[in-house]
Design a protein around this ligand. Structure first.
Ligand code: BDR
Ligand code: CA
Length: 307
């Protein structure tokens, strides 16, 4: 599978990256960056650092640095650290340059390779919304668009109503979920990702199996779990972004339902994903249940193939 990950790394974004990078059946062609957990400059630097650290051929393209329309952006330092990877510094002595503009790259790849690319969007949907607006055939030219974001019935994680990726650019999320044309859109939201817990022993197992990558993930994972502990009292975290990448290569782990969706763009519930009752809009495949243990096991199995 040829995969592009649109990402705001981000601790669980880094976990998703290492899974995709090591998976023998995934050709991770590019990372396109977006603001969200961090600024776009930090997201791009972190993406370049990840690809450099793992000696990957994966290219990095820099994307949007703000939402389509301004909404109050809440810093997520307490979740992902001041620059995205907890308290790990990602300074590079000779940082490489990104390969180009993310939206131009996404548009070109879809147009020139119809039916080939899966895009897994694990940050705010700003880049994808721009691509959809510029080319109504954009999603139809993909193999599949898999989105980590939203929540159908599970409530929010950044507000009582909204999931963080959709909250960070609700207008973009609304555009993408209602994009015209064909193609398949799969939504991997909090309804399933909050069933997939990762615990200290899981990070220890990875550190054992893949000493270099696993030690890095264990360190940033510790920061991430300590945030969850302040919220739930439990020292664990959720595999939000990794679950979306697993859904790209193994949809069978998830139960889906076809639903027409919208996203609230103003007021108290801004960022909330809602069912449309007017019969309009695209039918999206929303994940409503998951074999959580299978996702955890598969994530560990392939991520452990890293050095
Ligand atoms: C999503 O928000 C970000 O904090 C995570 O990286 C993930 O993409 C979960 O709501
Ligand atoms: Ca993310």
């Amino acid at each position: 599978m040829k995969l592009i990950i649109d990402t705001d790394p981000g601790i669980d974004d880094a976990m998703a990256y290492f899974y995709a990078h090591a998976h023998p059946d995934i050709d991770l062609v590019a990372l396109t960056t977006v603001f969200g957990n961090v600024t776009t400059d930090d997201a791009t630097r972190n993406a370049l650092w990840l690809t450099q650290m793992s000696k990957a051929r994966t290219e990095v393209y820099q994307g949007s640095d703000k939402p389509l329309q301004i909404v109050p952006n809440r810093p997520s330092d307490h979740v992902h650290g001041p620059h995205g990877f907890g308290d790990v510094q990602t300074d590079m002595t000779e940082p490489p340059e990104p390969a180009g503009d993310a939206v131009d790259f996404l548009l070109r790849m879809a147009r020139e390779n119809p039916g080939v690319f899966t895009i897994c969007a694990i940050g705010p949907l700003t880049n994808i919304a721009k691509a959809v607006t510029a080319d109504p055939d954009f999603i139809g030219n993909l193999k599949r668009l898999v989105i980590m974001g939203g929540s159908l019935d599970a409530g929010g994680n950044i507000t009582p109503h909204a999931e963080a990726n959709f909250w960070n650019d609700p207008h973009a999320a609304d555009i993408v979920l209602n994009a015209p044309g064909g193609g398949e859109v799969v939504v991997v939201g909090l309804d399933v990702t909050t069933k997939i817990a990762f615990v200290p022993q899981d990070f220890a197992d990875l550190a054992n199996a893949a000493p270099e990558t696993g030690a890095f993930l264990q360190q940033i994972g510790d920061f991430y779990m300590r945030f969850y502990q302040t919220v739930s009292g439990k020292l664990h975290c959720y595999l939000h972004d990794p679950a979306a990448v697993v859904a790209c290569d193994t949809p069978a782990h998830f139960s889906v339902k076809d639903v027409r969706l919208g996203v609230v763009t103003s007021g108290e519930a801004v960022g909330q994903m809602v069912r449309r009752s007017d019969g309009e809009g695209r039918l999206c495949k929303v994940c409503i249940d998951v074999d959580a243990q299978a996702v955890v096991d598969q994530f560990k199995q392939y991520t452990a193939l890293n050095p």
